[in-house]
Design a protein around this ligand. Structure first.
Ligand SMILES: Nc1ncnc2c1ncn2[C@@H]1O[C@H](COP(=O)(O)OP(=O)(O)OP(=O)(O)O)[C@@H](O)[C@H]1O
Ligand SMILES: [Mg+2]
Length: 255
């Protein structure tokens, strides 16, 4: 079957909220061991399309495939069991729980198997050493960047083959944006298939292999990230050159 080579694939997917379709006929293929980034204007349907991929929203039409298997009607927890991890927008950790307990939430499908949970914790803290030092710290007392590492680490507890991230750089300092993107590249190099939605479109495409551009619920451009970054229309409409210039003006005014 043609889809077999893709750890995750959306075919002609339509979904939305209430009776409003906000993603229409979206087809996306996420090849193995690559980073694919979805960019687009605010409200384009980026978060919505990955929620449907993760099983958090039902598909109204079309299908979701994992390794060629139709998982369109599988709930989110079953997709986790298939190796599809999801990191929601806004680094949602439980602030009053420790780092260790937050990580163990991610391991719930290991059903209390202490040896496997401890092995998973050790593996994740090797990927994010900063978490190893903080296992007993309350998550809410960590910086935004550290909480984002924890949110990603939690999704890695079950050794997923695919990780889907909604705006992993949101609200992070430039230093932590670099760290998070470097980690995602390292995870890709170790074999993980990475799918992310990003507002920081140029930065994100810069670390990506492939990209999709969404506008008003539809896929309007797709291709190799490097080529998308050179596409005049994509540059003009989606790579935020004007806002960046405006930002520079503001910085000049501050000086
Ligand atoms: N829970 C919801 N109920 C109703 N409408 C929603 C809901 N979540 C999102 N929408 C609407 O669906 C559309 C797409 O939203 P979505 O969050 O997917 O956009 P996005 O591309 O992720 O945007 P952003 O860049 O601002 O995060 C928007 O018009 C939004 O208002
Ligand atoms: Mg969004």
């Amino acid at each position: 079957m043609a889809g077999e080579q893709f750890p995750l694939e959306l075919r002609d997917l339509t979904t939305g909220y209430g009776d409003v379709a906000v993603v229409r006929n979206a087809s996306m293929r996420f090849p193995p061991r690559l980073i694919t980034t979805i960019i687009g204007s605010n409200g384009a349907g980026k978060s919505t399309v990955i929620k449907a991929a993760a099983g958090l929203l039902p598909a109204w039409k079309g299908s979701v495939l994992a390794g060629g298997v139709d998982i369109t009607h599988e709930p989110a927890w079953r997709r986790v069991g298939r190796g599809i991890g999801y990191v929601p927008q806004g680094r949602v950790v439980v602030p009053e729980m420790t780092v260790r307990d937050n990580l163990e939430i991610g391991a719930h499908i290991l059903k209390g198997d202490r040896a496997r949970i401890d092995a998973a914790t050790q593996r994740v803290t090797q990927i994010f050493p900063i978490l190893a030092e903080r296992l007993k710290q309350l998550a809410g007392t960590m910086s935004g960047g550290e909480q984002q590492m924890l949110a990603i680490g939690r999704a890695l507890m079950t050794s997923p083959r695919v990780i889907i991230l909604d705006e992993p750089s949101l609200g992070l300092s430039p230093k932590f944006v670099d760290i998070v993107f470097a980690k995602l590249k390292a995870l890709r190099d170790e074999g993980l298939t990475v799918i992310m939605v990003e507002q920081k479109a140029s930065r994100a495409l810069g670390v990506s292999d492939l990209g999709y551009v969404m506008h008003l619920g539809k896929v309007v451009y797709s291709g190799e990230a490097a080529q998308l970054m050179e596409n005049e229309n994509v540059k003009r409409l989606f790579l935020g050159q004007v806002p960046e210039e405006v930002q520079l003006l503001a910085e000049d005014a501050d000086a």
